[in-house]
Design a protein around this ligand. Structure first.
Ligand code: PMT
Length: 398
């Protein structure tokens, strides 16, 4: 979503200025054009040479670049940009922004800016907690400035974390989310995605599970979010984290919990992608204490779990689109077609454990998308690329 976007990156005088290098790298990698504007104090922390080399653009810091009467136009920059990001933004710059004080190139650019403005505050704890800073941030928020504050992770929940600049990856992600929401082809759509395995509890220390890592489902969630959709990700236990703020994760453990969360969320969604590897059977009873090793054998009584896809298929309204997955080991296409019909899916994504690099845990997948009209076999590719193709098909049906 950042491809071709023109970003003015404002840098102010904070120790976090070194992280601006990574912000530039990430923006450039995502295909954005970057124009750095730095304050005089910012230059005390990082050199314009580094910044211009990374951004592949001369850095702007003064109104007059040379003593020949030519000057940089903050008005032109304000018209050129698709967004302005000030990272790091010091308490001083935030205060000046809030009160319209334009005593350097960065601040005049801010006042002339026609595009949306985002700031990533960076200062120490006491400065951040001072009522003056809080008032200034409130004023900026009221004027529509996006304030990107450090939130996730251990540090943010401790005193040392407050005021720390958000990590570059998350700052760039939030900028990308903004454009996705505004321009993505799935903007305004809400999509339910199930991902990962389910754990069916035998006793307090054991469960019946499977090898799903969640990678395929999480790739689908990020792909939908990168195109502007609001995603409800109902996830079984995985080690993965989500990146986009457009993804709301509901963590569940058992098939029953995944079922309950999915049927609660589906009516508010335009589409569902059922990628989870859901256990088909669960223990009839869960032992309250750890099952002891006794005798020569242990027999487990299992009962079927609810079929989430089939239940949602029954609930499906006119206009809602549903995609499922089929993980097979033999007679793949026939089994997948049977599931497509029985679960009332619009299409099914077949992956076979007979294909190397496909299915559980790998970073790649090899799938065939099957619907009522025919089949489309995709080559082995990353789960991100596979997700792009699946979401393309889904978007075409919405
Ligand atoms: O998580 P990864 O390690 O990246 O691996 C990805 C994957 C292999 C898990 C994924 O690509 C995949 O194939 N997911 C579906 C696995 C599966 O359980 O397939 P199935 O053929 O048993 O189920 C068919 C469909 O019904 C699936 O959409 C499944 O989510 C759904 N189902 C199954 C059982 C059940 N009780 N409820 C369901 O909703």
């Amino acid at each position: 979503m950042l491809k071709g976007k023109k970003i003015v990156l404002g840098i102010t005088g904070s120790i976090a200025a070194y992280k601006s290098c990574l912000i530039i790298r990430l923006l450039k990698k995502a295909g954005a054009e970057v124009q750095v504007v730095i304050t005089p104090a910012g230059k005390e922390f990082i050199t314009p040479i580094t910044l211009s080399a990374l951004s592949q653009n001369p850095v702007i810091s003064d109104f007059f670049a040379q003593r020949d009467g030519t000057w940089h136009s903050h008005v032109a920059l304000g018209l050129w940009a698709d967004a302005m990001l000030i990272a790091p933004a010091t308490a001083c710059t935030i205060g000046k922004m809030a009160h319209g004080i334009a005593d350097n190139m960065l601040l005049t650019t801010y006042l002339s800016m026609k595009a949306p403005v985002f700031i990533a505050p960076a200062m120490d704890l006491d400065m951040m907690a001072h009522p003056a800073t809080e008032d200034n941030l409130r004023l900026l928020r009221e004027r529509g400035v996006g304030v990107i504050e450090a939130q996730s992770g251990f540090l943010a929940s401790t005193l040392e974390g407050k005021g720390r600049m958000e990590e570059p990856e998350n700052i760039v992600q939030q900028l990308s989310d903004y454009f996705a929401r505004k321009e993505g082809d799935l903007s305004g759509k809400k999509i339910l995605i199930t991902a990962g395995p389910t754990y069916e509890k035998l006793d307090p220390v054991r469960f019946i599970g499977n090898y799903s890592s969640g990678k395929m489902g999480y790739a689908l969630a990020e792909e939908c979010a990168s195109r502007g959709a609001q995603v409800v990700l109902v996830s079984g236990p995985t080690a993965l984290a989500t990146k986009s703020a457009l993804i709301e994760r509901i963590s569940v453990e058992s098939a029953q919990e995944m079922h309950d969360a999915s049927i609660r969320e589906f009516p508010g969604c335009q589409a569902a992608i059922l990628c989870a590897a859901v256990a088909d059977f669960t223990p009839q009873n869960t032992a309250e204490e750890k099952i002891k090793r006794e005798g020569n054998a242990l027999h487990l009584d299992l009962r079927p779990t609810p079929d989430i896809a089939a239940t949602l298929g029954q609930m499906k309204r006119e206009g809602q689109v549903m995609a499922g997955f089929a993980l097979e080991t033999c007679n793949e296409a026939a089994h997948a077609r049977e599931k497509l019909e029985r679960k009332k899916l619009d299409f099914i994504v077949l992956n076979s454990l007979r294909d190397e690099g496909a299915g559980f845990r790998t970073d790649t997948n090899k799938v065939t998308m099957i619907d009522g009209k025919g089949e489309e076999a995709l080559p082995l590719m990353s789960k991100q690329e596979t997700a792009m193709h699946i979401v393309d098909k889904l978007a075409g049906l919405l």
